[in-house]
Design a protein around this ligand. Sequence first.
Ligand code: ADP
Length: 163
Amino acid sequence: MKRKAVYAGSFDPITNGHLDIVRRSLCSFDEVIVAVAYNSAKDTALFSVAERVEMIREALTDVAERVEVDSFEGLLVDYCDRKAACAVIRGLRAVTDFEYEFQMAMMNRHLNPRVETFFMTASEAYLYTASRLVKEVSRLGGDVGSLVPPGVNERLNRKFAES
Ligand code: ADP
């Protein structure tokens, strides 16, 4: 049986930190589904779900055979069941991530004990990379080219040039 894991998040937008987690997780899983989680009732994202999916696909073409890019609304554990995935991957940057991630993992286990949460530590180079900060810096004209894939950098520049 294939070991399939889901890496979910808002990915608004995907950063090199996220991509590093996806690539490293392929050492432990046969297939990884990168899934944009959204809530249509209160989505305050900068990029649309379709744009986010497209940017992730573009950045992972070289591993497309083992990586599916998708989006979903609703409970993550239900999505895992639908996709026959037994694991959820989460990335940990600092202690500050831990409290929230630990709570989420406990809640997900409560909801569906068949799905296991795997934590991966961020690479040193991306310890301080966060989508929120990348957007803020880019909005103010700062260079985030080394923190995001080229397609994301272009779209950020375009987005903020429009406004
Ligand atoms: P959320 O939607 O929960 O805020 P994100 O979409 O920002 O999460 O990220 C999804 C997952 O990726 C989370 O587990 C988050 O901790 C992790 N992550 C975010 N940035 C990085 C990074 N630079 N390095 C490693 N993991 C990261």
